[in-house]
Design a protein. Sequence first.
Length: 318
Amino acid sequence: MRTNKTRFALVSTAFVVMLFGLLLLLVPVADAELALTNVVYSFDTASNNMGYQSAMVSIYADGAWQPFLHKFIGPTKSGNEFNDTVFISNVVASVNGVTQTYQLNTPYAGLLDYSVSMTATNGIGQGFRTTRRWSLVYCNRTKAQNNDPTPPWGDLNNADLALHPGNQYYTPTLLLKDLPTVFQNQVEPCGSGDGNCSYKLVTRLLVDISDPNNPNAINPAYLIPAGNTNAGSPAALCFYAEAKRPSIANWTGSNPQARISAGGGDKTVNFNFVAYSTAVALSSFSANSTTDLPILPTLFVVGLLSIVSFGVSRLILR
């Protein structure tokens, strides 16, 4: 009797161990996420600190598109947000209307959530209306102002942050690719960590810079070629996106936010919506102004010049 009980106990133990082992094989390794260590920037257009800022950003409530920027990697190890944990996942995502399953097993990929405040807690205050142009770009753009067609291999620096216009990143010289989206502009209730908002817009993105032929390496297209400083290292790669500003400055309470989240961490930038007027736009208009400015101020100036020209011609004809 004891022998039978002993055999039963041994068989039961072996079965439990085998079952546990099978479960370990069936359950994939937890998806690695980007380790967010760098700040997120947005382009200030309505204060004395015009340019990309990472703290309080003042923008006009003019319905135009607001640029965002965040560095992922390169060209030195400092600020590298791709950790050594392998990202294993079958991600269904879309880019430019084409949906496919991305089968990934690489340390150079991860999911990123990009969210913006949509409605204030009072349910009335208007925040960002939608987002677009979720993309991977070169961070360094100071060469672009000289129309240099070669890829910019330098790091993100203060000159890049101050250069106008802010939306210059989404151009052929700097744009590397549009990022696949798991979902776009999904309306979600704001949580306790989302600041003063009742609803937010969330877009989930797949960031993948791995080599298609070698998942344990970075795509050679993103590496600095021989003959350049930091050759063989990844170029400075950034996330770029745009959010449509509100058309009226009626936000109440604490400031609206934009946030990127990954791996349980996040980086946030706060905003101050400034009422927009023609007088303000005229004072801000210059040859280097961002093309995000509405067309109304330009039409106003043209109309004013036309009136003056008509008056002068009347005086001459007298």
